[in-house]
Design a binder for this molecule. Structure first.
Ligand SMILES: [Zn+2]
Length: 110
């Protein structure tokens, strides 16, 4: 259940597409994606925030944080593009996706 705007982004942007392919590798090795902690809203039962650890064979551990529709990761690619293979892996595992406006604030204002 990948959102349409993510699917289009993966197709349009070769680098992001590549990160998506890497995220599939993490999903195949399910132990490489580990829940750390988080908090659910008692009323709705939805996650307010959570953290996952993603273990890369090559580069070591990365920390993925989610809070209210936004993801963060401490890897270098995230700093440039606000997305990465680690976040995409956690999104697919949890089926919790970022809000589009968190990644493309200018487009959502149109
Ligand atoms: Zn990352």
């Amino acid at each position: 259940m990948i959102p349409e705007w993510i699917k289009k982004w993966i197709v349009k942007d070769r680098l992001v597409g590549n990160k998506f392919r890497i995220s599939r590798e993490y999903l195949r090795r399910s132990k490489s994606i580990q829940f750390v902690d988080g908090e659910k809203d008692e009323g709705t039962g939805e996650w307010i925030w959570f953290r996952y650890m993603v273990n890369s064979k090559k580069y070591g551990k990365y920390w993925v944080k989610y809070k209210r529709g936004r993801y963060e990761c401490n890897c270098p690619f995230f700093k440039h593009r606000l997305i990465c293979s680690h976040i995409l892996a956690v999104c697919q595992k949890t089926n919790i996706w970022p809000k589009k406006e968190a990644l493309f604030p200018s487009e959502s204002r149109k």
